[in-house]
Design a protein around this ligand. Sequence first.
Ligand code: 1CP
Length: 347
Amino acid sequence: MSESLQPALAESPFLRACRREPVPYTPVWFMRQAGRSLPEYREVRSGIGMLESCRRPDLVCEITLQPVRRHGVDAAILFSDIVVPVAAAGVDLDIVPGTGPVVDKPVRTLADVEAIPSLAPEQVDYVTEAIRLLLPELGATPLIGFAGAPFTLASYLVEGGPSRTHAKTKALMYTAPNVWHALCARLAEITQTFLRVQVDAGVSAVQLFDSWAGALSQADYRRYVLPHSKAVLDGITEVPKIHFGVGTAELLGAMGEAGADVVGVDWRTPLDVATRRIGPDKAVQGNLDPCTLFAPADVIEAEVRRVLDEGRAAPGHVFNLGHGVLPDTNPEVLTSVVELVHELSAR
Ligand code: 1CP
């Protein structure tokens, strides 16, 4: 990156909002902004498996840039997946089209946990290389690095694939807490290394996805999950940290305590209510319902206004959806939401 671009990057609306500083307009990006909603994504991915595409720096660079070019979003997110570091460490898994991550031998015992190797930074050299390619292309647009939090990763490893109830995961937690904590500690270490690689390569912020933490009561979250997520987040001090999960209304305060600068909120909790739960020293990110994008333009505009209004209660607001872009979303609607957010929030 050229030296002259660095001040503009540091003062970008996204990073200013993360730091709870005044912004010229509310910054916006979308979780899963790179992906199947974009025809240009489907084209470059055709015939290439998901994990393989995450390991090809040229493809990662191109796919990460696509939504920035098309929508003019205020941040890019590295194209990867939460299971990439676990696969890089040597766990036998695949990302199956239409399903998601599938693990060959689910983790159930202490021996299974001990067989999960650590991640050596060199095992994800392709991530460093992709970020090196991306930074000059992005200029003053911040790049967000990310990883999966221990609970959400553990769920895939214990269940063997996506789960609605996370029943096997919770059963392990309750019946063999020593195995559970050993598993989360190992995953926290892998996640920590993966985020460290991205920060060292120059990402401007990180997001820790604990997408499925909302399946837990607050008491269980605090007991079984928070210490491990906190260990991950405490290890990163150089850049703003976003912490996100779905259905986490009752966990928002605790997720902030885990060490986030910005707490991601899904569409179920209005941002002013979320702010009261999180406290005045953290920014919020969210929270338009991804399904709103299938509504007529006047409904979308009213909802964008509502989210912006409720977001004013927070000391910093990064506009986003309440969860990822759904694959059949019309990309033109996403572009129009970026324009609307910028227009309606201009100060
Ligand atoms: O643009 C971006 O946001 C970057 C790309 C990205 C991110 C941030 C991908 C690409 N995956 C992720 C994170 C991720 N992966 C999360 C956390 C975010 C969230 O809650 O949505 C989770 C839970 C996963 C796991 C995963 N990987 C799923 C969900 C399965 C389930 O349990 O419901 C799926 C479908 C995948 C595969 C995947 N990851 C990414 C893409 C584009 C795809 C689809 C690939 C394909 O179909 O070939």
